[in-house]
Each structure stands twice: as C-alpha cells, then as structure tokens.
Design a protein around this ligand. Structure first.
Ligand SMILES: Nc1ncnc2c1ncn2[C@@H]1O[C@H](COP(=O)(O)OP(=O)(O)OP(=O)(O)O)[C@@H](O)[C@H]1O
Length: 255
C-alpha cells in the first residue's frame, strides 16, 4: 500500500552546505514518528521541505502518491499536510478563541466555497471551543493571545493546526522554550491527539523521554542524512546511532 507520505532523494543545499542530504523516508498512515538529531542536523529544514516552505535542490515529496513539487505550502495544507503554526501566524491582539475560530473559518471557507455560503458563526465558535478543550486551553479562551505564557502559546498553535483538520500533523518542537512545569500538559495534549487514532503525526523533539513515550518509530538525522529509522528499541540499540549521537543525549535525559 502507498504510504501517506514519503520522500525520494530529498535534498537541499544552502550555498556549499547540504542541509538535507538525499533522504528517502516513508511514513505509514496513522503512524507516529519522531525525528531526532543534534542541533543543525536538518530536522526543521526537512519539515520545511515537506510543508513546501522550502523547495528542494533535488528529490521530491509525495503525499498519497502524488508529487508535491508544484504545490505551495497553502495548497499542501488544503490537501492534508499540516504544519504547526508558528506564533507569528497568531494575531496577538485577538483573543485565544477568536484566533482558533479564524483558523476553523479558513478551513470551512475552503470546504463551503463551492456552495457560496459559510457555516454560521455559532458553529465555528462551537468547533473552536471543542479544540480549546482538546488542547487544555478552555480557561484562557477570552485572554488575548499576547497575554499567554510560552506553553499556552504552543497549545494555541496546536489548536490552530487541529482546526485545519489535516490528515498529517507536522509538530516542530512543541515544547521548545517551555518551563519544566509546562511540558507535561503539552505531552498530554499530543497523547490525546494520538489516542483519537485518526492522525498521522511527525514530531521533532529533543526530549527523549517524551519521544520514547509517544513514538511508533524514530528516525535519526545526522548532518542532513538519514542515519537510522526504526522502532524506539531498535534506535536505542543501534550502535551507529549511539556512537554518532544518542549515547550522551539518552543518558542526559533519561538516566
Ligand atoms: N535558510 C537557510 N539558509 C542557510 N542555511 C540554513 C537555512 N536554514 C537552515 N540552514 C542550515 O541548515 C542546517 C540545518 O538546520 P536545521 O534548522 O534544519 O537543523 P535542526 O536539526 O532543525 O536544528 P535544531 O535542533 O537546532 O533546531 C544548519 O546548519 C542551518 O544553519
């Protein structure tokens, strides 16, 4: 069966540096895969190539067997490839619920455009409320986005991504810059999304305990190259991974 997402020879060069280097990767449907690798390994660049924010120097991305080469990031999102919002996409002077409602509306407009009418405001609001419940942010529905803590902003970004209702979710370090107390709430949110069982999730994270807890598989990038891809146990036992990267990190975060 055709995997939901795959890359073939995916490569990007910045000047003389190859940031993503001939990566062949396969993502089965409804699978949870984490991407790990040291700083500068090419993880975020790999995401940007999948989402269409960057164009590859060589190679291609296939979603449900279709080449994405000629599609912008907006069209890729409409097709079902969703990249987590960066906080720059959030309107700081609107409330949390208003931001999520706008994201729901952007999806509904696409869906209903053909019929020349939009779903009622109330429907959109109810959907936004439901999403805030999922990301454990209901208590902040009426706060302005610019008043949220860092962790709460990341939850808002996830709610806005979920609003787009894409089959694939690309989550780029959802716990980055978060205080230790904020991390378990995000972990709960991601677990809850996983438990719904209808999403394919790719996660970039540095927190190994979180990765081990969530992932069906882990892929390791090193100097832009795909070093290994396997179950969490296979990756932990992989000597190349250990010597290249994991030994120190694993000890530091889990021991
Ligand atoms: N737009 C760009 N122009 C030039 N070089 C870039 C650009 N984007 C990324 N790079 C370089 O490509 C390499 C991979 O960067 P990338 O951000 O993808 O790594 P990463 O694995 O996500 O790192 P981190 O864990 O620190 O976020 C780095 O050396 C980075 O400096």
């Amino acid at each position: 069966m055709e995997p939901i997402l795959r890359t073939e020879n995916l490569t990007i060069k910045f000047g003389g540096q190859t940031a993503v280097d001939h990566v062949d990767f396969v993502m089965p449907e409804k699978h949870f895969k984490s991407i790990i690798g040291p700083n500068g390994a090419g993880k975020t660049t790999f995401f940007n190539l999948i989402s269409g924010e960057l164009k590859p120097t060589e190679g291609d991305v296939f979603f449900r067997g279709e080449s994405m080469a000629n599609y912008s990031s907006v069209i890729r999102t409409r097709k079902g490839l969703g990249r987590s919002f960066q906080i720059t996409n959030v309107f700081p002077n609107l409330t949390v619920i208003e931001n999520v409602r706008l994201a729901v509306q952007s999806k509904e407009q696409i869906r209903y455009r053909l019929f020349r009418h939009f779903t009622a405001y109330k429907d959109l609001h109810i959907q936004a409320e439901r999403l805030l419940e999922i990301v454990l942010l209901s208590g902040k529905a009426n706060a302005f986005a610019n008043q949220l803590s860092h962790g709460e902003k990341r939850k808002l970004e996830i709610a806005m991504l979920l609003a787009l209702d894409t089959e694939v979710l690309l989550l780029d370090e959802p716990t980055a810059g978060m205080s230790l107390e904020e991390v378990p709430a995000i972990l709960d949110v991601i677990k809850q999304i996983k438990q719904t069982g209808n999403k394919t999730i790719l996660l970039i994270e540095h927190k190994m305990d979180m990765i081990m807890d969530l992932s069906d598989s882990i892929m390791v990038l090193f100097n832009g190259r795909l070093l290994a891809d396997g179950t969490p146990t296979e990756i932990m036992d992989n000597e190349t991974v250990q010597s290249a990267y994991l030994g120190g990190l694993y000890d530091e975060h889990l021991a």
